[in-house]
Ligand binder design. Structure first.
Ligand code: M6R
Length: 611
């Protein structure tokens, strides 16, 4: 949440920063701002709303400078407004700060600054406290890094901050504590940012900053210091994504582009883990057969869409490997004193690898002795770095707030993990394994074909877009997909949608069925097909409008449905990889019909780095 960019170097800082902020808008878009140092004075421009508002405010002003910081905000303390927008400055405007995260003791610090130093606050943010603290320490310190260090000694919470000072103009000082931060290494120009896409256009050599570290960035150097202020040597991380990966490439929205990238993401994720004979390669993963035999339980912990991938993970791991699996939302996990010990395998799933709830749950599990395996998209992210082993999803950068290709690649990893465990533990046969791998390898092709027929879903969305509430139902794996379909629809179209296991309807929720109520009924599980048809009949009898999703060949459902979307035929366990796609597309086209901001839905941010 919140995106930060800092630049010091040869070019005009404003241009680099605005460009970088545009790539980080997925992290928050309540307001945007920039601070640059011109003739040893700090100039600030900030505006509520997206980056385009900031650009309009700046207009023709060149704001020519070689040092600056910028921010795109997802509001926590104080409503989205010009005054609450970052950067924040101290009383005499000699220090400016941008911040991602939350300063938990800000109220206490604010009171101290007001009572003991007569500080006058302009905004309602926690961040302004940091600007005043750094400003006060600057009076007695030799350098900006000393002042920032002193300020951080007083702060509690999670943050990534970047500061500039008028009297130390060719320097940025940044600190990372439980919020993402990277530094980009250029030639005569160096960078700071929350995430890689901000810098892709300029640099491919990145330093991943660790928790508790401070970075001092000048045009010629990037120096990293640990919590004890000892300089640390860090390997350069070479980014392999190209600039196009973070561009729309002709698609109207990132979400649509990312839906269409799913065949490639799934096949890349498979290829990275399978050798030419279809055997799973566990390169870089140290789990042995003995480890697998030793685990008495698995926890899968994640948030939102990643949690929904975990639900499918539970079903297939239990089925193939015969180990009990619990799935939990990360924000609940660590507060319920979970039964974790050395015989527990903890699987964290996260696209960004920076979701604070997931990270905190992971730390709790580790503290209690669990072995941690993570399924992560962003290489080098916090979740990846803090795990014992990492299974990367090779989805490429996911920019739209609504997660699509990250989900299907997470599912792909879940299948590989379940198959690997099953084979190693002897709970599935080689024959079953071989056939399943073949079936998985066919999915990208089937999906590719399916994506040629999106017109059908667009047409349905044009008819059904104005419903006030929508239900998603399914049984078995289809119920997991219902949760994901419902989340997708509500987050980008703002329709009140609700998912429930179809068999559970009659225990209460069916009371809400009225003539015309839209129900998306997933019926892709052959083993549960007839039971699902009965559930559809029950709601149909109450007048519901039923849009079903079924496998090609299962036409009987047409009798009970108003419309049917057919996905290519596949085995039951794999159906989620295909059935989720029409739901993603339906949400997309409904949101488009309703004129919603698809890539940046209201109140949301891509990377949720606050609790
Ligand atoms: O980066 P993560 O996978 O950890 O993010 C978890 C959720 O915040 C994320 O999946 C969220 O639910 C998406 N907006 C859903 O589309």
């Amino acid at each position: 949440m919140c995106g930060i960019v800092g630049y010091v170097g040869k070019d005009n800082a404003k241009d680099v920063i605005i460009d970088g902020l545009k790539k980080l808008e997925y992290r928050g878009y309540d307001s945007a701002g920039i601070a640059v140092v011109i003739d040893k004075k700090i100039q600030i421009k900030k505006h509520v709303g997206g980056i385009e508002n900031l650009e309009n405010l700046i207009g023709d002003d060149p704001l020519y400078s070689h040092t600056g910081i910028g921010h795109t905000r997802w509001a926590t303390h104080g409503a989205p407004s010009d005054v609450n927008a970052h950067p924040h400055i101290n009383g005499d405007s000699s220090v400016a700060v941008v911040h991602n995260g939350i300063i938990e003791n800000y109220a206490e610090l604010k009171e101290e600054l007001i009572n003991e130093h007569g500080v006058v606050f302009r905004s309602e943010t926690d961040t302004e406290v940091i600007a005043h603290l750094v400003g006060l320490f600057m009076k007695d310190c030799d350098s900006l890094e000393d002042a920032v260090y002193m300020a951080t000694q007083k702060m509690r919470g999670a943050y990534a901050i970047v500061a500039v000072a008028a009297k130390d103009p060719d320097k940025l000082v940044a600190v990372r504590k439980d919020a993402p931060l990277i530094a980009g290494l250029g030639k005569g120009s160096n960078f700071i940012a929350s995430d890689i896409p901000a810098l892709l256009k300029y640099v491919k050599e990145i330093y991943l900053i660790e928790n508790g570290e401070m970075v001092v960035v000048t045009p010629d150097s990037i120096k990293i210091f640990d919590e004890n202020r000892q300089e640390v040597k860090r390997e350069v991380f070479h980014v392999t994504w190209d600039v196009d990966a973070a561009e729309k490439e002709g698609y109207e929205h990132f979400m649509l582009k990312e839906i269409f990238e799913q065949p490639k993401g799934i096949s890349e994720t498979l290829n990275r883990r399978l050798d030419e004979n279809g055997r799973i390669k566990l390169d870089g993963i140290s789990l042995t057969k003995d480890d697998l035999d030793n685990f008495s339980k698995i926890y899968i912990v994640a948030c939102g869409t990643a949690y929904h991938a975990g639900l499918v993970g539970k079903a297939v791991i239990e089925k193939f490997a015969k180990i009990p699996v619990e799935v939990d939302v990360a924000s609940e996990f660590r507060y319920r004193d979970p039964l974790v010990d050395e015989k527990t395998l903890f699987i964290a799933i996260s696209q960004s690898g920076e979701t604070l709830d997931t990270l905190a749950a992971l730390r709790e599990a580790k503290r209690k002795g669990a072995r941690v395996l993570s399924v992560v998209n962003v290489v080098g992210s916090s979740v990846a770095r803090e795990s014992d082993d990492v299974f990367y999803t090779w989805a490429g950068p996911e920019i739209a707030v609504a997660s699509t290709k990250a989900y299907t690649t997470q599912l792909t990893c879940m299948y590989i993990i379940a198959l690997y465990m099953g084979l190693a533990r002897g709970t599935i046969t080689q024959e079953f394994y071989d056939q399943f791998i073949k079936d998985l390898q066919e999915i990208p092709g089937k999906l590719e074909e399916y994506l040629k027929k999106t017109g059908e879903i667009e047409a349905l969305a044009k008819i059904l877009y104005n419903k006030e509430q929508v239900f998603f139902i399914g049984r078995g794996l289809d119920s997991s997909i219902s949760y994901e379909g419902s989340l997708k629809l509500k987050e980008i179209s703002y329709i009140n949608s609700f998912a429930i296991a179809a068999g559970e309807l009659k225990h209460g929720t069916i009371a809400l069925m009225e003539p015309g109520t839209l129900v998306l009924a997933l019926a892709t599980q052959d083993a549960l097909y007839e039971k699902m048809i009965s559930n559809i009949q029950e709601i149909k009898a109450r007048g519901a409008h039923v849009l079903s999703v079924a496998k090609e060949g299962n036409q009987a459902i047409e009798m009970q449905s108003n419309e049917v979307i057919y996905i290519p035929y596949c085995r039951d366990e794999i159906a989620p990889l295909l059935s989720v796609v029409p739901l993603q597309l339906f949400s997309y086209y409904v949101a488009k019909e309703r004129g919603c901001n698809i890539d940046k839905p209201k109140n949301l941010a891509k990377s949720v780095t606050v609790e």
